[in-house]
Design a protein around this ligand. Structure first.
Ligand code: C5P
Length: 231
């Protein structure tokens, strides 16, 4: 994999024009993420436009529904030519299995474990899940692997444990990445790009540190330089 393939830039915008303006500033870009805001605003045609520009596309809709509905949703999205899709592990083993069966082509299916905006106190007291975040992430990830998923979304802090329990080929996709000195925003369990790659992350998902930077091209290039050193 080349360096740019490891950085998935989150296109968290509502309008196609803003996406195109950003893409024009990031000539080295290889992999993008379309989240709920953009997908619900612009629809499947936006994904086709990104594929036509030669980009790999992760459509991050975090599907969580009954197994049959999850299956149909993943079937429709995979048919669009998406490279990566995700479902919530909290939907359970059967939902993940049915979603996995719906994949076509090259699409990889990733399980969402505990969101990187959730800390342990919130997980215990609000979600009602006892124990540590790491234990919960490992439990969800083991279930995702049993269901045949290709990997999970987790915080960079859980990657080392994930790889040692489930093997290095089980993908770790990590948001919650913040270059030194950039605003944490609502992320609670973050690491720098170099730290996340060193911990074993396969893909870094990075949004605002690039998209909200006055010079997104320079911010992206700096991140690539930073991780190249440790790859
Ligand atoms: O701007 P920022 O770098 O925080 O963007 C991170 C992206 O990753 C957002 O699009 C967010 O929806 C997504 N994400 C996340 N935590 C997860 C799963 C996805 O932050 N567990």
């Amino acid at each position: 994999m080349k360096t740019a393939d490891r950085v998935i830039v989150a296109l968290d915008f509502a309008e196609r024009d803003k996406v195109v303006a950003l893409l024009d500033k990031l000539p080295e870009l290889s992999f993008v993420k379309v989240g709920m805001e953009l997908f619900y605003s612009e629809g499947p045609g936006l994904v086709t436009m990104l594929k036509d520009r030669g980009l790999q596309v992760f459509v991050d809709l975090k599907i969580h529904d009954i197994p049959n509905t999850a299956h149909k949703a993943i079937e429709a999205l995979s048919r669009l030519g998406c490279d990566m899709l995700n479902v919530h592990c909290a939907g359970g083993l059967e939902m993940m299995r049915r979603a996995r069966e719906a994949l076509s082509g090259q699409t990889k299916l990733i399980g969402v474990t505990i969101l990187t905006s959730i800390d342990q106190r919130t997980m215990n007291s609000q979600l009602g899940i006892p124990g540590t975040i790491e234990a919960c992430v490992l439990n969800y990830a083991a279930m995702a692997k049993a269901a045949g998923l290709h990997g999970v979304v987790c915080s960079p802090h859980e990657v080392q444990a994930l790889k040692s329990h489930l093997g290095k080929d089980f993908l770790a996709v990590t948001p919650g990445v913040r270059p030194a000195g950039s605003a944490a925003g609502d992320q609670r369990r973050s690491m720098t790009p170099a730290e996340a790659i060193t911990a074993g992350s396969d893909y870094l998902v990075i949004g605002r540190p690039i998209t909200a930077n006055p010079d997104p091209g320079a911010a992206f290039a700096e991140i690539l330089r930073e991780i190249e050193v440790v790859m």
